[in-house]
Design a protein around this ligand. Sequence first.
Ligand code: NDP
Length: 340
Amino acid sequence: MFGLIGHLTSLEHAQSVAEALGYPEYANQGLDFWCAAPPQIVDSFHVTSVTGQTIEGKYIESCFLPEMLLNRRIKAAIRKILNAMALAQKSNIQITALGGFSSIIFEEFNLKDNAQVRNVELEFERFTTGNTHTAYIICRQVEAGAKHLGLDLSQATVAVCGATGDIGSAVCRWLDQKNQVGELLLIARNRERLENLQAELGRGKIMELQEALPQADIIVWVASMPKGVEIEAATLKKPCLIIDGGYPKNLDSKIQSQGVHVLKGGIVEHSLDIDWQIMEIVNMDIPSRQMFACFAEAILLEFEGWHTNFSWGRNQITVAKMEQIGQASVKHGFQPLLAW
Ligand code: NDP
């Protein structure tokens, strides 16, 4: 059995879906209540591969909300993730994906040092961040999107916002090694980490966001931001391809400008329907088939019997591991989302 640990995008979103999930007592509650709420298994379902294999999964709502980070409720955020992991383990789930902010909180606050959660000693090999599959899918979206727009990747300038992150650094490695992209613009706040990445890649220009965006043919947005940002479409190149890979989506609202094409990044579509409710609640366009690529990683690990923390730690994702999970993704019937 596989598990997915997820959370909603905002307090408002959480209040609106509580009722739909059968928890009316949560619907009118504020942040304090969500800080105290325990994790819940709210959905059980089956996924069938195009190979014919069927597996069982469970969705665990951690009750974490991005407002906890914005309002410095860090202890509550940490508790949410550890409690959700303990619940997954107690429920005998062999492999669970840490979706959205779960893996970021795990890494940022060194939760590997907190393995004891009451009477549960967390076995970290039962968990994966799902970031290898997410990075692979984003790269495939870059390749397909560029082709669609007639952009030659070997000549293109690609700006990666969140370049030093786990997903961002993996995307940079792939674009460098597999696509030999024309120019890589590296964007993040911490200068030292940017310089380390630049040294590892042996290339890439470190740039401020506002300076980089007007130069980019392709923008990969994978910063970990609890709230979206707005970008000025008028300053962008035309055509410009934007892959918005953040969760919640990093770009505030749909950019509507001729020549600017935004793809929802890190989303996959399965070839067969899945009997779950949860993707309806997170507003996927085709909820029975579409999902976050990190969740799909847990599904792939279960299909393949790879009960291991395939994606773990920070900035250790190799192109070879991306290719490995990518082959499993294709084999079991997943495709990168390419709808505009
Ligand atoms: P990390 O925490 O590893 O990396 C985040 C990156 O964003 C770092 O480079 C960080 O650098 C940068 N960053 C953070 N804030 C800012 C800012 N204000 N301006 C510029 N750069 C910034 O995160 P992950 O790589 O694990 O995840 C990245 C995003 O992908 C998240 O939004 C996450 O929720 C989403 N995600 C999506 C998945 C999917 O299935 N679609 C799966 C997993 C994650 P610095 O701090 O130096 O600025």
